[in-house]
Write a protein that binds this ligand. Structure first.
Ligand code: ASP
Length: 343
């Protein structure tokens, strides 16, 4: 199951979702539940007092970087950060191995995003502390898949359903969308799933991901229209065209208006489905993505995903650094201030 990588636990890198079994996934999700008062700003915590996160992002990011950094800070740790190649010594020709060895010497854990598939594993080889993959090119994005599945469980449970046996439709750039690759692999830990897939021409799912899922007994349907793909689905996961990973010609061929909107869901008689997206949603006029005209639908879960990302990323750090639920509870205290617009 874990393709040669060890299970994710204390002192280990997190490079791929293949480092999870249903058991250690449950342990991680229990930790994510335990830190909820911290995520909700009802409590503050100092369990990572003195710990340093090295945050290295060599590719654009808003959510992933800010939520990893916020998660570490909320647990009482400190953060050093560098973004882009221009401001790092990689602009002077430094190798991944040297950069990793140096920065890991200043940190207790590294979070790394890099445009090349496999590059984060190279960071891990040279690092003296655990490395968390925050996205390696079109490869994997494990923390996104973990927060997606964490959200999926909660949304389905709220409706009296479970992930086992569910029907999920995945739409959009299935080729370069690393969140799709990680999500399908991680969901394969569950039983008896149906994946309905719709991808525009030239952006189809890599065969390796299809084989991974079918080898674990799940059904994969390739569907020609979005209406048919979303019909009857419990969950719909839409994705952005990853323009930065393709030629301008291919990007232009896939600039065609809404991928999914209210009218399509209405035609498919599925306005109640759970709607997910890893974000960012491309809202430019010529994009091919999820329309904002679905934002008032009851199943919209995209901001639950981003909120849950904080819980899951705290749980990832606590696991990598070997901190127990009990240690978190002992160092958690109610905060005397209130920072919410909600009543
Ligand atoms: N934020 C996700 C990623 O970094 C999805 C995306 O960019 O479309 O892969």
């Amino acid at each position: 199951m874990n393709q040669g990588l060890p299970l994710f636990e204390q002192g280990r890198h997190l490079l791929s979702v293949s480092q999870f079994t249903r058991e250690n996934l449950r342990v991680l999700f229990n930790l994510a539940d335990a830190v909820d008062p911290i995520a909700q700003r009802q409590a503050v915590c100092t369990v990572l007092d003195g710990a340093m996160l090295g945050s290295l992002f060599f590719e654009p990011s808003t959510r992933t970087r800010l939520s990893f950094e916020s998660a570490f800070l909320r647990l009482g740790g400190e953060v050093t950060t560098t973004t882009g190649f221009t401001f790092s010594s990689m602009a002077k020709g430094e190798s991944i191995a040297d950069t990793s060895r140096v920065v890991s010497g200043y940190s207790d854990v590294l979070v790394v995003r890099h445009p090349d598939e496999g590059s984060v594993a190279q960071f891990a080889e040279a690092s003296v502390v655990p490395v968390i993959n925050a996205g390696d090119g079109a490869g994997e994005h494990p923390s996104q898949a973990l927060l997606d599945v964490y959200t999926l469980e909660k949304e389905l449970n709220r409706r009296g359903k479970s992930v086992d046996g569910c029907h999920i439709t995945i739409l959009g750039d299935l080729k370069f969308g690393r969140t799709v690759h990680s999500l399908m692999k991680l969901m394969s830990l569950y039983d008896n799933l149906t994946f309905s897939l719709f991808a525009p021409v030239s952006l189809e799912l890599p065969g390796e991901v299809e084989r991974y899922v079918t080898a674990r007994g799940h059904k994969v349907r390739f569907v020609d229209t979005v209406v048919e793909a979303v019909r009857g689905a419990d969950v719909i996961y839409a994705t952005r065209v990853q323009r930065e990973r393709m030629t301008e010609e291919l990007a232009q061929a896939n600039a065609r208006g809404d991928l999914l909107n209210w009218a399509i869901l209405a035609e498919a008689d599925n306005l109640e489905a759970i709607l997910m997206h890893p974000l960012p949603r491309d809202s430019r006029p010529d994009s091919y993505d999820l329309s904002s005209d679905v934002d008032d639908l009851p199943g919209l879960a995209i901001f639950h995903q981003t909120d849950n990302g904080l819980n899951v990323r705290m749980a990832i750090f606590l696991t990598a650094l070997g901190v127990s639920n009990e240690a978190v509870t002992m160092t958690m205290k109610r905060r005397p201030w209130k920072a919410t617009l909600r009543p």
